[in-house]
Design a protein around this ligand. Structure first.
Ligand code: HEM
Length: 441
């Protein structure tokens, strides 16, 4: 799409590749690092590039600390508080405390400068490329120091480690020409779904409030977006045990209990449309999988008010025809890491989870708002200080109410997800990458 020609790939439409490698590095020598970025530009994958299934993609993102290491002046980043702080300094706001606190994050996964993301459809292609890139990255004399690498791969059946089909609901972006699909944009005043304003995701364009969100001044703010990366470790054994216990206690199927926590059945069909038994597989009916709202279920009788997908995007469930939720959308491009835990197996000591990746035009208004207000608190939904059952952060102990006749309460939720590290990045567009290479920002 010409409009997004200079935007890096995987933002307005997802690659869908099966394998990924995230490589983090720090800048040690400015001039050499700039030269290296310059040598990379022609190989970076942009939105318009066609990538066939035997191919691979490569993208480069940079933190504020990285910009500073290249001596980009502070004044270029006015009004970008979250970006400037970096993720570790926002920990208490994000619920990254206790075992999720930055003090115990993986070495090399905080205070990073650069992130190189390589993806491929074929595992061998990825292996080859990542070896090549790693050699290149650690080659002496390029001004960089490798700090962390993480492999990731889509799991069989596109499930995440708790067993749910993932990645169904993505916001529709104006200009992306993916065609408006019901449930994926925002509701118009006439109750029809329309695409979200481009500026919700791509800097330099108007957002839903008809203004441009704060962006780096100059070329760094052109065709760019913000990228959130979090390594979220999932305790699959604890999740299954808890679900089994609650199912036994309530005299319900495990799948029924698990679906109440997520807000979709494991096959992806939405609870609000299919409250008692799973509907058709989401993959067999991609158009229908997002065609729903919560206005018709104000009390959470079909989909609990505190279920993950209902919190993460309450659609029209907060009234005002969805206008209260349209400024808080995320383009999610997460991918699982680690091998799945076979059903019925006890904990095996292997790390597994989600490399959570999302893109947004405003870190504060979109990612942080969702994490803090909707996942990390219950106030917006009349649920007091109850948090999201899986991604609510903080030490656990709270529960999730399942509205109904009679209502039910799943108490003493263990902490199923631990943050292992991450950061806030700018994903510069072509002009920004050129500026980084030339020093002409
Ligand atoms: C390990 C942690 C997480 C797991 C296992 C998880 C799992 C899921 C699943 C199974 C879905 C439904 C399928 C889909 O549309 O992808 C979903 C949807 C979603 N999740 Fe998460 N998630 C996690 C963390 C997060 C975090 C940290 C955020 C945001 C801060 C988030 C935001 C969303 C959003 C916005 C949706 C789509 C809701 C909709 O549009 O209806 N998730 N998640």
């Amino acid at each position: 799409v010409t409009q997004f020609r200079d935007v890096q790939g995987n933002v307005v439409s997802g690659y869908g590749s099966a394998h990924a490698r995230f490589v983090f590095a720090r800048i040690t020598e400015r001039d050499l690092a700039q030269e290296w970025i310059g040598s990379l530009i022609n190989r970076i994958t942009f939105s318009d590039d066609r990538v066939d299934e035997g191919g691979y993609t490569i993208n480069l993102a940079i933190t504020y600390a990285g910009l500073r290491a290249l001596r980009v002046p502070q004044q270029r980043c006015r009004r970008l508080d979250a970006f400037k702080d970096g993720m570790a300094r926002r920990a208490s706001l994000l619920g990254d405390v206790g075992s999720s606190a930055p003090g115990v994050w993986r070495q090399g996964l905080r205070d990073t400068h650069l992130l190189l993301t390589i993806t491929a459809w074929d595992a061998d292609v990825l292996d080859e490329r990542r070896a090549e890139w790693l050699r290149e990255l650690i080659k002496p004399g390029n001004g960089l120091k490798f700090s962390y690498a993480q492999s990731a791969a889509r799991l069989p059946g596109d499930r995440e480690h708790f067993g749910f089909a993932g990645g169904h609901s993505q916001p529709a972006v104006a200009g992306a020409d993916l065609g408006p699909r019901e449930g994926e944009g925002t509701l118009s005043s006439r109750g029809r779904w329309r695409e979200l304003a481009t500026g919700e995701f791509i800097l330099g364009y108007d957002d839903e409030g008809a203004s441009k969100p704060p962006a780096p001044a100059g070329p760094l703010g052109e065709s760019a977006t913000f990228m959130v990366v979090r390594k979220l470790e999932q305790n699959a054994a604890a999740f299954r045990t808890y679900v089994a216990e609650q199912a036994a206690r309530a005299g319900r199927d495990r799948e029924w209990i698990a679906a109440r926590m997520i807000g979709r059945w494991q096959n992806g069909s939405p609870l609000v449309s299919y409250p008692e038994a799973p509907g058709p597989d989401a993959s067999s009916d991609p158009g229908a999988v997002n065609k729903f709202g919560y206005a018709g279920d104000p009390d959470g009788l079909a989909c609990p008010l505190g279920a993950h997908v209902r919190r993460a995007f309450p659609r029209d469930g907060l009234g005002w025809q969805g206008r209260l939720t349209q400024g808080h959308r995320l383009i999610r491009r997460g991918i699982s890491y680690g091998v799945p835990l076979p059903d019925g197996d006890p904990p095996d000591g292997h790390g597994r989870g989600l490399m959570f990746v999302c893109y947004c035009g405003s870190l504060e208004r979109q990612f942080e708002f969702v994490q803090r207000q909707w996942l990390g608190d219950g106030n917006a939904f009349g649920l007091g200080d109850d948090r999201d059952p899986i991604a609510g952060g903080g030490p656990r102990g709270g529960g999730i109410a399942i509205q109904g006749h009679p209502p039910m309460f799943l108490a003493n939720l263990p902490q199923f997800v631990i943050t292992r590290g991450g950061d806030y990045f700018l994903l510069p567009g072509r002009p920004g990458l050129r500026a980084l290479a030339s020093g002409d920002w």
